[in-house]
Design a protein around this ligand. Structure first.
Ligand code: ADP
Ligand code: ZN
Ligand code: ZN
Length: 734
């Protein structure tokens, strides 16, 4: 009798053997179907990897599986292969990786089918007169049904206050009926009724890009590097149009949907085809239905964040990764995969073109383009009549600063508002001030769980640690010397908002950060006010940098962005440049010219000067050169072995012991170990952290060796006293 070899979401890095459930012929089962199994005291959902003739375990040690959940696998074979490949590349337990590729409801064992297939409607001759006055709730429900002649789902009925009991009553009285609803089907191809709005006439560079992408014969990766406002989205739209004409589907990955509803709106406004948006506000049920719609080919375009990478397409036509440099494409905990990097694998597997788009491409992608692995498409000019913004540095070393604002900056803001324009004020720090300090003895409010200061917030008033989220009241006096003179030091968005309100009391000041937009619809309301076009000041964090189109903003005022220049992380410079260029890109996106003014203590920093004088491309080329000399990525492949423990020194000691053992066993010549070191913030949320850097110029060698390293670590008894994780191609080095 055969054995089921299963991937099960357990931290153990291996597959598990089970006997088939009673009465099931294992030989007809396809890999990828879900299987419910007993696992210790619990039941878990696993995924079938293969059916084997025998197991390494004696037969009487094997338990029978409980149930096969699917007649056919939810994921097509090539996505199963992709998820397995990712598990092995990122050294993540395969069961967890495979299950993470599925929508949550499927992980929990729900049937792989629509919930909203069955809809309700009133029967043709149903009349309210058939119900007595007393049957108020039945009348209300019938009215609701009559208002929805196309049918309404039982979920929606429940949301309106109805229930299944009432429905059954109407059904029995012949007033209501249920029917099977077929969602509108994907565009079958051809030009008819594809567009809701005409496409824009392209400029030369855009047209060359669209032609290159549409001309791709199967798999081909493109790096679309287009300055902010150059019309990358229009390029996406017109390549997708060609894909739809062939009756195929497009998968579009974006960093954060909530922040840029405008981008999604542009896809929906352009095309007359079903568009599915996988955003974080969907319920698990809605997400599964949306996922199924794409898998069955009922939606033509799917837009989603990182995890949407694993959405099966029935007729794949193109994959687009917008803002490909964005760090959110890499998952930062658990299964630490990069959706951007995996999208290349997926596009190759599905034999479709891949477009990585950005105004500020990652150095990795630029290097791939330079090596000829990606075809480099460039849009160097803004689309339409918009001109590039003028970028200027404001040296504040000799300037008096008023709550974070230098006098010439205030003057500029005044002029732009006076001319009837909008101003965007950027600083990358939320809260009122990053430190609260005693004027008398120098005491600083620190977090007790992290090596970090607490941020002072005034609305509502409290101290908040931005690293572990702990909060406490603001003390009335210094806990060390008793002085009541506690002073906020430095500025965050709340403080800038306050001073801007005082200085410019005639204009609305709108703050955009995680705190001010926590309430649902808050961001939408702010954006509506900005889009009204009236002069106003927008003040906020990097939330303002992401993809927004603010046609009336003519001045972008950057208050502090120097921090990243001297970061311990070798990517600090790259990140700072990307952020600056993206923020600056919000200025002058329409008819009126834009101006960017940046306060800095380091006006003569060569990288900043290169960025300001010559633009991102030049900056990136010089940065690549430095990386090459320093043997850093993309010229070196990295993995971080991280450990954390509740006692100081333990994580580091563990990594040191690991290093000694590994070196005694002999490292391959191409693999180097650096460290261990305590993390930059050693204590975070009450645990002490350390890391060992593993590097190799040869990706393949590193890969193989990391696999052995994980096996080795799992066998170390010491490894159970710390929590260790391995981050392959880490984006954050601290
Ligand atoms: P990006 O995504 O590169 O920042 P967008 O696609 O948002 O740029 O385009 C910026 C603005 O230029 C948008 O308002 C867009 O409608 C407009 N635009 C894009 N392409 C064209 C074109 N070919 N002709 C006129 N306007 C265009
Ligand atoms: Zn004090
Ligand atoms: Zn903390």
């Amino acid at each position: 009798m055969s054995v089921l070899r299963l991937a099960i979401p357990s931290p153990v890095r291996r597959l598990f053997d089970y006997l088939p459930p009673a009465g099931v012929d294992a030989t007809v089962l396809q890999p990828g179907v879900r299987v419910r199994v007993p696992f210790g005291p619990r039941q878990l959902i696993g995924m079938l990897i293969s059916v084997e003739p025998h197991s390494d375990l004696p037969r009487d040690k094997l338990k029978p599986a409980l149930e096969i959940l699917d007649p056919t696998p939810p994921l097509p074979a090539h996505l199963l292969k992709l998820a397995r490949w990712a598990a092995s590349y990122y050294q993540h337990p395969v069961g967890d990786a495979l299950l993470q590729a599925l929508p949550v409801l499927l992980r929990k064992g729900a049937p792989c089918e629509y919930a909203h297939e069955h809809l309700w409607r009133a029967t043709a001759d149903a009349s309210l007169d058939a119900l007595g006055k007393a049957a108020r709730r039945q009348r209300e429900l019938l009215q609701l049904l009559q208002e929805h002649p196309q049918g309404i789902s039982s979920d929606a009925i429940r949301a309106e206050g109805g229930n299944t009991q009432l429905l059954k009553t109407l059904l029995d009285k012949g007033l209501a009926e249920s029917f099977v609803h077929h969602p509108p089907s994907r565009h079958a191809g051809g030009k008819d009724s594809l567009l809701r709005q005409p496409s824009l006439p392209l400029n030369d560079q855009q047209r060359q890009a669209v032609e290159a992408i549409n001309g791709a014969d199967g798999f081909q990766p493109f790096l679309l590097e287009g300055v902010t406002g150059s019309g990358k989205t229009e390029v996406y739209l017109q390549t997708i149009e060609a894909v739809l004409q062939q009756g195929r589907q497009a998968l579009v990955l974006v960093p954060e949907i909530g922040l840029t509803p405008q981008t999604v709106a542009r896809f929906k406004q352009r095309f007359q085809v079903p568009v599915v948006v996988l955003h974080s506000n969907l319920t698990d049920r809605q997400r599964l239905d949306a996922w199924l719609k794409v898998r069955e080919g009922l939606a033509s375009i799917v837009i989603g964040t990182r995890s949407a990478l694993f959405t099966p397409l029935q007729a794949p036509g193109i994959i687009i990764v917008d803002e490909e440099h964005d760090a959110s494409f890499k998952q930062q905990d658990g299964f630490r995969y990069s959706a951007r990097d995996l999208s290349v694998m997926r596009a190759r597997e599905e034999d479709v073109p891949l477009v990585l788009g950005s105004a500020t491409p990652s150095l990795e992608s630029l290097w791939n383009a330079e090596q000829g692995r990606y075809r480099h498409l460039q849009l160097t000019e803004r689309a339409g009549n918009a001109r590039p913004p003028k970028f200027e540095l404001l040296d504040i070393r000799q300037q008096p600063i008023r709550d974070g604002l230098a006098e010439p900056m205030i003057e500029q803001i005044r002029q732009h508002l006076g001319a009837g324009n909008q101003v965007l004020v950027f600083l990358n720090r939320r809260g009122y001030s990053p430190t609260l300090s005693c004027h008398n003895c120098g005491w600083i409010a620190d977090c007790s769980r992290c090596d970090a200061h607490m941020t002072l917030h005034l609305s509502p008033p409290h101290l908040h640690c931005h690293h572990c989220d702990s909060q406490r009241p603001i003390p009335a006096q210094c806990p060390d010397c008793g002085s009541p003179q506690l002073k906020p030091v430095g500025s965050g968005t709340e403080r800038s908002e306050q001073i801007l309100r005082q200085l410019f009391s005639d204009y609305p000041v709108l703050r955009v950060d995680r705190d001010s937009t926590a309430r649902k619809d808050a961001l939408a309301q702010i954006m509506a006010q900005v889009h009204s076009g009236e002069p106003c000041i927008l003040v906020g964090t990097q939330m303002l940098a992401k993809g927004h189109h603010f046609p009336n903003v003519t001045l972008v005022a950057i208050l502090n962005a120097d921090g990243g220049l001297f970061s311990a992380d070798f990517r600090g410079m790259e990140r700072t440049a990307q952020l600056l260029v993206q923020v600056a890109g919000r200025a002058g996106r329409a008819e009126r010219p834009g101006h960017v003014l940046m306060q800095t203590m380091h006006a003569d920093h060569p990288a900043i000067q290169c960025l300001v004088d010559q633009g991102y491309s030049a900056f990136a080329r010089s940065e690549l050169h430095d990386r090459h000399r320093a043997a850093l990525p993309p010229f070196m492949h990295l993995a971080l072995l991280k450990a954390e423990a509740s006692r100081q020194g333990r994580a580091e000691a563990f990594l040191r012991a690991v290093r000694d053992l590994l070196e005694r066993g002999g490292l391959p010549p191409a693999v180097d170990l650096v460290g261990p070191f305590p993390s930059t913030m050693e204590k975070k949320a009450g645990v002490f952290r350390a890391q060992l850097l593993i590097q190799s110029p040869q990706r393949g060698v590193l890969q193989q060796w990391l696999g052995m390293l994980c096996e080795f670590l799992e066998q170390q008894p010491e490894a159970r006293k710390v929590r260790w994780t391995l981050d392959v191609d880490p984006l954050e080095m601290n």
